[in-house]
Design a protein around this ligand. Structure first.
Ligand code: FE2
Length: 343
């Protein structure tokens, strides 16, 4: 597989770990290496005091761990997320950047087709996104910091994290339900496209329009995702329907069932909206991203009838407010412009 342009290279058998993500782990869960010569050199041993290691490491430095230790590290990283998010010694923006990097590190293997979704991997996924959900519900400052942190390049796991974050923030803004309801939006948003692991690369990465047969294949990702989650857990969790319904549309034009508005759960409609918005505003190999304003315009005008008017209006109001706080969400979209789209 070609190297992703945003991922630091690592020699075979190792994976890169930015120093930033290690800052709130006290004890090293595995050996840590650096790559300065022909081969990696041991930098710090498992069980060592990680804070001392980090203190003497240069900011921005990247370490390596052996791939066989990957699960150990991911477990420690997921467990460190609450401390990272609650760390009042650093700014919300810094906390968000670190939390986002940790989430990306913990979650990315779930979205690679080589790793089937298993029970432990799914529980680790819940642990990581639940920590972020709790903090975004409670901490107003973290909301805009996290939105500003989102990485808008194409990668399945960053689209997944972005969809979850937008989902949490919108559900919170709409007072959509209790913490459990928002947690389900987050988990469903994160895993909505997990079934794409089962779609052949030739279809998934095709740089031009899909033909009818390829569309049929692409559409299987919804059912596949639902089944992967149920298989991994042994039951259908309370967010599974979000995965199964995120491409249903209010006017009945969606899939797989072609249900109309009344037959689609509200949380699934909400995730469908933030999924479409993040997809439109993210750079793809074959097209530039559209601005937040243009994305909302497309969803409001060209795709009229597909999305819940009520939820879309709330989302537009939310983005207008976030933009007014200079989140860097989209320089071209001023609040007046976004509110005009709201109509
Ligand atoms: Fe999808």
């Amino acid at each position: 597989m070609p190297a992703h342009p945003f991922i630091t290279p690592a020699p075979p058998g190792y994976e890169p770990v930015p120093a930033r993500v290690l800052t709130d782990i006290s004890t090293l869960p595995c050996d840590l290496y650096i790559w300065r010569g022909p081969r990696p050199v041991l930098y710090a041993m498992k069980g060592g005091d990680l804070r001392k290691v980090i203190n003497r490491a240069q900011r921005g430095m990247s370490f390596l761990v052996r791939e066989v230790d990957s699960d150990l590290l991911r477990g420690a990283l997921a467990a460190s997320l609450p401390a990272v998010l609650a760390n009042q010694r650093v700014t919300p923006v810094e906390r968000s950047k670190t939390a986002y990097s940790i989430a990306a590190k913990v979650l990315s293997p779930i979205f690679t087709r080589e790793n089937p979704l298993d029970h432990d991997g799914l529980l680790l996924t819940h642990q990581a996104i639940d920590a972020i959900t709790l903090h975004l519900i409670e901490d107003e400052e973290m909301v805009w910091a996290m939105v500003a942190t989102m990485q808008k390049h194409v990668a399945t796991h960053t689209h997944a994290i972005n969809t979850a974050v937008y989902g949490i923030v919108l559900a919170r803004f709409m007072q959509f339900g209790n913490a459990d309801a928002i947690r389900d939006v987050a988990r469903g948003g994160l895993l909505h496209d997990i079934g794409k692991n089962r779609v052949p690369r030739v279809v998934l990465d095709k740089p031009s329009a899909l033909d009818a047969t390829e569309w049929q294949v692409m559409r299987t990702h919804v059912k596949a995702g639902y089944e992967m989650i149920v298989r991994a857990l042994g039951y259908a969790p309370s967010y599974a329907h979000i995965v199964g319904e995120h491409h249903e549309r209010c006017d009945g034009s969606g899939y797989p069932a072609g249900r109309a508005a009344g037959g689609i759960a509200m949380d699934a409609q909400l995730v469908g909206i933030v999924d479409a918005f993040d997809a439109l505003t993210t750079r793809r190999p074959y097209r530039m991203p559209v601005s937040a304003f243009d994305a909302l315009h497309v969803m409001r005008v060209s795709m009229r009838g597909q999305f819940s008017d009520e939820i879309l209006r709330e989302f537009i109001k939310l983005l207008g407010g976030l933009n007014a706080m200079s989140t860097g969400l989209d320089g071209a979209a001023n609040i007046a412009g976004i509110m005009r789209v709201a109509g």
